[in-house]
Design a protein around this ligand. Structure first.
Ligand SMILES: N[C@H](CCC[C@H](N)C(=O)O)C(=O)O
Length: 286
């Protein structure tokens, strides 16, 4: 048995177990991820975040993400802010910002004077092959600068419309009049199982209050509904800007807290602003 030191963190209620493998190399298997993420037999988390040494000389530290089901995924926005704060407080960078290498490219995280963290999430992508999304046979219309897809949702016995965005990981965004009444527990798994999403998908539900304000819920790939989803919020803001629904900065209220996104449009990267808090540190026998 060995002792594994961990830090429990959360960003707007999306919670993480963070491991510093620069200081404490440990083999991480899907079984270990599931055990650490288990809310009764383990520590409990939506995702496990790894801070790893650079993969190649001259590259930044590596940031890896595992969903609570043990699968490694490409990106996690709330996790980016948390791992950024974690790495800065451990002195892995001087100043108030730090870059990371992720599975799908480089991101950078910066500490704001008010204590919130800003994650530069890269440029949102919308082409089906970038998601990945295989819309064969699905109807769509072009709204402003983006395709809005339509699919018949058997569990609801009605059509649903969504846009697709990649933030490195795949997202479908459903705009709705009442986010609290949406059966996201039916629509989420339905789209995740749909053959159009060969790598499944995170499904966001957005209720616009104005061009600068919205409520959001996300049925994530992996844990299901989380209290907040950073990449889902980023994908929703990007899709909304392309549809002409949102302006270039939007304040979101998720069930676990407040997030904000700023994006100037295609050709620029999107910023995700929000909290990143340490809940407790500990060690566990593995
Ligand atoms: N469930 C996501 C990963 C975590 C995303 C979320 N927690 C965030 O803050 O972006 C996926 O399978 O792509």
């Amino acid at each position: 048995m060995t002792e594994l030191h961990f830090t429990k963190m959360q960003g707007a209620g999306n919670d993480f177990v963070v491991l510093d493998r620069v200081a404490e190399p440990v083999e991480v298997t899907p079984q270990l991820v599931r055990r650490l993420a288990d809310r009764r037999f383990g520590i409990g988390a939506d995702q496990l975040l790894l801070l790893d040494p650079p993969q190649k000389a001259g590259e930044p530290l590596r940031y890896r993400i595992f969903n609570s089901d043990g699968d490694e995924v490409e990106q996690c926005g709330n996790g980016a802010r948390c791992i950024g704060r974690f790495a800065l407080e451990r002195g892995y960078a001087s100043g108030d910002s730090i870059p990371f290498q992720t599975m799908k490219g480089r991101i950078c995280v910066k500490r704001e004077p008010d204590g919130r963290m800003v994650a530069d999430m890269g440029e949102p992508r919308f082409q089906p092959e970038e998601i990945p999304f295989r819309p064969e046979g699905l109807q769509h219309r072009i709204e402003n600068r983006i395709a809005v897809w339509k699919v018949y949702c058997e569990p609801l016995e009605r059509d649903i419309e969504f846009t697709v965005t990649s933030m490195g990981n795949p997202h479908a965004t459903v705009f709705t009049d009442d986010v609290d009444r949406e059966r996201i527990d039916l629509i989420g798994p339905f789209l995740q199982r749909h053959p159009a999403f060969p790598e499944s998908v995170n499904v966001g539900f957005v209720e616009c209050e104005s061009a600068q304000k919205a409520k959001i819920r996300v049925w994530e790939r992996g844990p299901g509904e989380t209290l907040a989803c950073g990449t889902g919020t980023s994908a929703a803001m990007a899709a909304g800007l392309m549809r002409g629904i949102f302006e270039r900065r939007v304040e979101f209220s998720a069930r676990g807290g407040a997030l904000a996104c700023a994006w100037e449009g295609p050709g620029s990267t999107l910023s995700l602003i929000g909290p990143a808090e340490v809940v407790f540190t500990g060690c566990i026998e593995i």
